[in-house]
Write a protein that binds this ligand. Structure first.
Ligand SMILES: CC(C)(COP(=O)(O)OP(=O)(O)OC[C@H]1O[C@@H](n2cnc3c(N)ncnc32)[C@H](O)[C@@H]1OP(=O)(O)O)[C@@H](O)C(=O)NCCC(=O)NCCS
Length: 158
């Protein structure tokens, strides 16, 4: 397998939306994500594609994951195909988000999404407060990565 990272293109839309549905369905089997597809497509087209950098991971033309990161360093979506959970793809994607947002990243993750929380902890994110998802009303955890020190202009000298 040879993973390539590249920027999202318009013709990735069908594959990206199908991957979003399949991955979240695996993470939350009791929720019907097919029912949310029209809402998601609208959000994807209207909010994320116009306002965020989207990096996709692919292998031989197959879309295996993506991350969205906006100009304020807000990470809305990190999705990796369930067949590749436990591989390095999620780290490749989050490292790319860090490269695009070197001054820091913030995100909200469902408090019951233990796998994602563990992943973010392992990748340098800290807990930054409890919140409520304004759309779903479910409890979420704010997590933050504070950025690379060089990008904050730290000289290191006293
Ligand atoms: C979040 C996501 C991108 C992480 O990628 P991944 O390949 O699954 O992550 P990893 O396997 O590298 O890391 C997961 C960690 O959680 C651990 N884990 C797995 N199941 C767990 C559980 N039920 N409870 C606690 N930890 C768990 C794993 O052991 C691993 O930790 P370790 O490396 O210390 O052993 C991927 O799971 C995904 O796409 N999930 C669905 C979408 C999602 O939740 N996105 C993020 C929301 S903001």
């Amino acid at each position: 397998m040879s993973i390539t990272l590249r920027l999202y293109r318009a013709d990735d839309e069908e594959a990206a939306i199908a991957l979003w549905q399949r991955t979240w369905q695996q993470a939350y089997p009791s929720i019907d994500f097919a029912e949310r597809l029209a809402w998601w497509r609208e959000r994807w087209r209207g909010e994320l594609v116009p306002n965020a950098a989207i990096v996709v991971a692919e292998d031989n033309g197959a879309l295996l994951g993506f991350v969205t990161i906006d100009k304020d360093g807000y990470l809305d979506q990190l999705v990796v195909t369930p067949e590749q959970w436990g591989s390095e793809i999620a780290r490749f994607l989050v490292d790319e988000a860090k490269r695009l947002a070197p001054t820091g990243i913030a995100l909200l993750v469902n408090k019951d999404n233990a796998r994602a929380i563990r992943f973010y902890e392992r990748n340098g994110f800290v807990h930054a407060g409890d919140e409520v998802n304004p759309t779903s009303g479910s409890p979420v955890l704010r997590m933050a990565w504070s950025g690379t020190s060089s990008s904050r202009g730290a000289s290191g000298s006293a």
